[in-house]
Design a protein around this ligand. Structure first.
Ligand SMILES: C[S@@+](CC[C@H](N)C(=O)[O-])C[C@H]1O[C@@H](n2cnc3c(N)ncnc32)[C@H](O)[C@@H]1O
Length: 232
């Protein structure tokens, strides 16, 4: 693992264990499946490619992407060393390397990666434009970039704003964006989709049905807002 760890504690340093535990709950598993489906569909990784996972956290989706194509190499990048350290447990059978770095200054040269993705990390960045420009810069021409973030149109964002107002420090650090705001960050054509069309406390069985309906109706209010584009 390489990189410059910040002197300050990163926002997520206390979260690694709780983070993984939550995705192992019955509703966490449904959410993980919904998010993975959409990510794999938009990213469509191909055998042998080199990918960058920006804000990879504990590697929940890194592992899912490794299973989506053969012989991938993935670089995971995160501000929090404790989050990044957990990725190793999940990816020891795969070609993974980790780096502590900020997505506002990605420490790689232009056009390094075939595909770049970032799952629910952009909401912790105030300057989304710089982050999007950095992700685009390190992607090869014709390569695909996928960014997902918490949708400001979803009931999840409303609830988090209420909790932030009541003093929840993690939620207070978040910026929620709408599909329209996200699409304005990229000059060319983008694909936008949403997933997770149910509440966090929903019954897992009913959550699957609500998800099916939300996708069928192509609602733009799912909690996970995904945008993908191709580097020109
Ligand atoms: C909600 S977690 C998501 C983790 C993982 N992508 C997932 O979906 O399970 C957000 C992650 O983004 C990281 N992060 C926040 N701001 C970042 C930045 N500016 N550069 C890199 N990583 C960042 C946090 O440390 C945290 O691990």
């Amino acid at each position: 693992m390489t990189g410059r760890a910040s002197e300050d504690k990163a926002l997520f340093d206390e979260w690694p264990e709780r983070y993984d535990q939550w995705f192992a709950t019955p509703i966490g598993k449904v959410i993980k499946a919904c998010e993975t489906d959409l990510l794999v569909d938009l990213l469509a990784p191909r055998d042998g490619e080199l990918l960058l996972d920006v804000g990879c956290g504990t590697g929940i989706f890194t592992k899912e992407i490794f299973q989506a194509a053969a012989a991938l190499s993935i670089v995971g990048m995160d501000l929090s060393l404790p989050m990044l350290q957990r990725v190793a447990h999940k990816t020891h059978d795969f070609r993974f390397s980790g780096v502590v770095a900020d997505m506002l200054q990605v420490p790689f040269g232009d056009e390094t990666f075939d595909r770049v993705y970032s799952m629910t990390a952009l909401e912790f960045v105030a300057d989304a434009q710089q982050a999007i420009d950095e992700l685009t810069r390190v992607t090869r021409r014709g390569g695909v970039i996928v960014v997902t973030t918490l949708n400001s149109l979803s009931p999840w964002a409303h609830r988090r704003k209420e909790k932030a107002a009541a003093g929840h420090s993690l939620f207070a650090a978040m910026t929620f964006r709408s599909p329209e705001e996200m699409s304005r960050l990229v000059p060319g054509p983008v694909r936008i989709r949403t997933a997770v069309h149910f509440a966090k406390d929903e019954n897992p069985h009913r959550a699957r049905e609500l998800e099916r309906q939300g996708r069928e109706e192509q609602r733009d209010t799912g909690a996970m807002l995904a945008m993908s584009w191709q580097r020109p």
